[in-house]
Design a protein around this ligand. Structure first.
Ligand code: FES
Length: 121
């Protein structure tokens, strides 16, 4: 077991900072919502009862992915502006014009509360 050391070395991983963003009943299956976590817009998406958290802003231009159409069979969401679809598990674009991924963040449920830990850039 490794002990935490302070101050951390540059580049050393930091412990995730979990932030409560809502309750599970706020985002039923087939729905998405945008939340703000320390100034970062994050899309919380419920695909077939499984929750995902990805960057809300499309990697192609300024569009809110939480406003896009959800494809539950693939657990993908379509950008409402130009139609790229993104894998909710990985953030990878599945179709053009987007070629860069969005970040996929850690998400957990505890006592009915949805918690998200932002991935670093
Ligand atoms: S803004 Fe999302 S595909 Fe262009």
């Amino acid at each position: 077991m490794s002990a935490l050391r302070y101050p951390r070395e540059e580049g050393e991983p930091t412990a995730p900072r979990w932030v409560t963003v809502g309750r599970t009943e706020d985002i039923p299956a087939g729905h998405a919502a945008r939340v703000d976590i320390h100034g970062t817009a994050v899309a919380i998406v419920n695909c077939n009862g499984e929750l995902f958290a990805i960057d809300d802003t499309c990697s192609h231009a300024e569009a809110s992915l939480s406003e896009g159409e959800l494809y539950p069979d693939e657990c993908a969401i379509e950008c409402p502006l130009h139609g790229s679809t993104f894998n909710l598990r990985t953030g990878e674009p599945l179709t053009l014009p987007a070629v860069e991924p969005v970040r996929a963040h850690r998400i957990a449920v505890e006592d009915g509360l949805i918690k998200v830990a932002l991935e670093e850039d």
